[in-house]
Write a protein that binds this ligand. Structure first.
Ligand code: SAM
Length: 269
């Protein structure tokens, strides 16, 4: 018999909707940056329907004094300003007061683990999180030590703030939700997807058949599905071997390369 976890049912016996919805609370000094993102493109369906529920909170609204100050100079000297722990903590408390369960607290930071497909898949199946967007030189370490459960980086470069990484994560998560893409499961045809053994995507072409004197690979016009699929597989193998050989090694270790794949790669190498 299925036993509902504590808090999953309301006192009326009905399911608590908070347990069923994916919710991301974004803590940002620039909530206005998200308006175009949340209302444009294919992922807007997920956000507008609440399938991926996004709430925006500004730590400045939780800051003390007339100036609502959220940053101060670093102890020990040095350039720039540091986001203060207190407004962030009050903001976090306000979010937690609205949520039935205490969600993970993610900080976007260059020191975090680099975002990849398997992390996105995990978040796409989660109940969401509180996402903290840093600004200035970063955040008081005491806040990080006290509250942050995971740090995520977008890559080995430095941005001005965590808003773009937050949007990158939300976009990647939203497009994996059922019904968001026009063609169901089309994300399975994308690079890194386990359905394609983690390889890179193959090249794509569309009309006209001749553009600027350049044609389209003959096989794609043949209507022969088996040959098209085989051409695409070989293109994926070629591209991945040339650009990301470690993904070929991963696929090989996972036992995902067929005898035909190996023979093709041996000829290509
Ligand atoms: C100017 S950066 C601070 C960089 C920090 N002093 C360092 O060198 O690691 C301001 C904020 O942008 C965000 N950020 C910058 N680069 C990022 C990256 N590669 N991945 C994720 N977040 C990043 C973080 O939230 C960070 O607190």
């Amino acid at each position: 018999m299925w036993i509902w976890p504590q808090g999953a049912l309301l006192s009326t016996g009905k399911p608590n909707i908070e347990w069923l919805v994916m919710r991301f609370d974004i803590v940002t000094l620039f909530p206005e940056m998200f308006s175009a993102f949340l209302t444009a493109g294919i992922t807007r369906r997920a956000f507008e329907s609440g399938q991926v529920d996004v709430k925006l909170l500004n730590p400045r609204d939780f800051a003390a004094g007339n100036y609502r100050r959220v940053d101060d100079r670093p102890f020990g000297g040095g350039p720039g300003m540091i986001m203060m722990a207190e407004p962030l903590t009050l903001c976090l408390q306000a979010i937690r007061a609205q949520r039935a369960k205490s969600p993970p607290v993610v900080l976007f930071s260059p020191v975090g683990r680099q975002l990849n497909h398997s992390m996105v898949t995990r978040w796409a199946q989660s109940e969401g999180a509180i996402l903290i967007c840093g600004r200035y030189e970063g955040i008081d370490q005491r806040f990080i030590d006290a509250h942050v459960t995971e740090q995520i980086s977008l890559g080995d470069f430095v941005l001005s703030g965590g808003e773009i990484p937050a949007m990158a994560l939300l976009d990647a998560v939203a497009r994996l939700q059922p019904g968001v893409l026009n063609t169901a499961d089309s994300h399975q045809q994308d690079s890194f997807n386990p359905a394609l053994d983690g390889l890179l995507d193959c090249p794509h072409y569309t009309r006209p058949e001749v553009w600027s004197g350049l044609g389209v690979p003959e096989v794609l016009l043949s209507g022969h599905h088996e040959q098209i699929e085989s051409w695409r597989r070989r293109q994926r193998l070629t591209l991945t071997a040339a650009l990301r050989p470690e993904l070929i090694d991963q696929a090989r270790r996972a036992g995902n390369l067929s005898v035909a794949d190996e023979a093709f790669l041996a000829g290509f190498a």
